[in-house]
Design a binder for this molecule. Structure first.
Ligand SMILES: Cc1cc2nc3c(=O)[nH]c(=O)nc-3n(C[C@H](O)[C@H](O)[C@H](O)COP(=O)(O)OP(=O)(O)OC[C@H]3O[C@@H](n4cnc5c(N)ncnc54)[C@H](O)[C@@H]3O)c2cc1C
Length: 310
């Protein structure tokens, strides 16, 4: 019994979501191998070999894998899938794009968004926006799994001594082609990797106020900036800042929510944060039910005061 982790990488380095996925794979029992499917990805392969607990890294290098097209990555996974009892993807946009293709081709049920490995065939996963936890058991020969990364600690990025093998890269499927990529450039930490996140809600009232009030706090704390869906829908914050059920799932060391009511769909994305601070002028706001520290105050006064105090 061996588990294969599909690495999230940029061809030169391994992205943090891979480390949490390795921890989940180790909990399945058996050896853990990591597939780095990329182009000129030897450096990423070397980095993967350093991850503690990984026995083998397979580097599949091909021009067809340069842009991470899901059809080609899925074909690469399928080319070696027969060797594995478990195939695990981080539950990121990439992972969620490839995993269902692999599951369908193997004719097995995908086990989505697991937060715990109970045993090699039994897993926990949140349902109803995290209000209930389902325990699912799979009798499929190959378990194709996506891993909610906030549910597992990151494996150590160094200290491992995995062997590195190369595999022949698949040919281009011809089913899709790369047209272009628009990447948001930001000096701030990426939301899902940020240790501190400050998030603003509808209470901010405008994009200008959002920037004026929340950015200095994020700057002081070197934090990622997040937002509620109401703030995003109103155009106060960009779409990729949305935290919650239909946004990003985060679990930083510190999450500061200012002017966010705490609807269940928002809580679903941040309630696993280690320390939650809520600033809201309504003492009945549901956000206080998950907050470790709550401040009943007007955020337009409280946040600038906090910035000054820091
Ligand atoms: C299918 C579905 C998916 C969804 N997915 C998401 C999701 O991913 N993420 C998400 O966030 N939401 C999501 N929502 C929306 C969610 O239900 C809420 O509508 C949304 O989270 C509310 O955002 P908010 O807290 O900013 O706004 P509101 O609910 O309007 O809350 C604003 C809060 O600000 C407080 N306030 C007002 N003025 C001040 C002030 N001056 N100082 C301090 N506090 C003040 C108020 O007391 C209030 O609590 C989803 C909804 C559905 C139906």
């Amino acid at each position: 019994m061996s588990a294969l982790v599909i690495a999230e990488h940029d061809h030169a380095s391994i992205k943090p979501a891979t480390l949490n996925t390795v921890t989940a794979a180790l909990a399945c029992g058996g050896d853990v191998h990591v597939l780095v499917a990329g182009a000129n990805a030897a450096e990423a392969g070397k980095a993967a070999a350093q991850i503690a607990g990984v026995a083998k890294v397979i580097v599949a290098d091909s021009a067809s894998l340069a842009e991470n097209l899901a059809e080609n990555v899925a074909a690469q996974v399928l080319a070696i899938a027969a060797n594995y009892s478990h195939i695990l993807f981080p539950s990121t946009a990439n992972g969620k794009n490839v995993a269902p293709r692999v599951a369908a081709k193997l004719d097995v049920a995908q086990i989505s968004d697991i937060t715990q490995v109970v045993s090699a065939d039994t897993f926990e996963r949140p349902i109803y926006a995290g209000n209930a936890i389902a325990t699912v058991q799979s009798s499929d020969a190959t378990k194709v799994i996506t891993v909610r990364t906030t549910g597992f600690d990151a494996a150590a990025a160094t200290g491992g001594t995995a062997t590195v093998e190369t595999a022949e890269g698949v040919a281009d499927s011809g089913k899709s082609s790369f047209v272009g990529r628009e990447v948001t450039k930001s000096d701030r930490p990426e939301l899902t990797a940020a240790k501190i996140i400050v998030s603003g809600g509808r209470a901010l009232g405008s994009a200008e106020k959002f920037t004026e009030v929340m950015t200095p706090l994020a700057d002081k704390l070197n934090a990622g900036l997040g937002a509620s869906r109401a703030a995003v829908d109103a155009g106060y914050a960009p779409n990729d800042w949305q935290v919650g059920q239909t946004g990003k799932i985060v679990a930083p060391q510190l999450y500061i929510a200012a002017g966010i009511s705490g609807a269940i769909q928002h809580l679903a994305g941040m309630k696993d944060s280690k320390v939650i601070v809520a600033i809201n002028k309504d003492e009945e706001a549901p956000i206080f039910s998950v907050a470790d520290y709550g401040l009943v105050a007007d955020l337009f006064t409280a946040v600038p005061e906090l910035v000054k105090a820091l």
